[in-house]
Design a protein around this ligand. Structure first.
Ligand SMILES: CC(C)(COP(=O)(O)OP(=O)(O)OC[C@H]1O[C@@H](n2cnc3c(N)ncnc32)[C@H](O)[C@@H]1OP(=O)(O)O)[C@@H](O)C(=O)NCCC(=O)NCCS
Length: 68
């Protein structure tokens, strides 16, 4: 079973590394996980940087998997 990740940082605190730190901790603890993201969101770059790869796309929604 692959856990699905949902993550959000309060708007006033975005772009300062909080999301990266949280994701790195989760990756260290859990390893394999997936998520859904709007392909128009800059967050897709962040996920790709941290090792997530797109495995499926429907409309504007991409599913990304980090193999662990
Ligand atoms: C996506 C999110 C969790 C990242 O957390 P963060 O603390 O802002 O991220 P960091 O500062 O560690 O990393 C910066 C990266 O986050 C992404 N990012 C920054 N501001 C963002 C915003 N307003 N919306 C979406 N992604 C954003 C970019 O990919 C950025 O990398 P870049 O500088 O190469 O473009 C956070 O921005 C957020 O909650 N965004 C709104 C909700 C959302 O778009 N969620 C994604 C759906 S799964």
């Amino acid at each position: 079973m692959t856990p699905e990740l949902s993550i959000a940082v309060r708007a006033a605190h975005r772009g300062r590394g909080v999301g990266t730190t949280l994701l790195r901790e989760l990756i260290d603890d859990i390893g394999r996980m997936c998520l859904s993201v709007d392909v128009r969101s800059p967050a897709m770059r962040l996920y790709a940087r941290l090792g997530f790869a797109e495995v499926c796309r429907k409309g504007f929604t991409a599913t990304m998997l980090r193999a662990g």
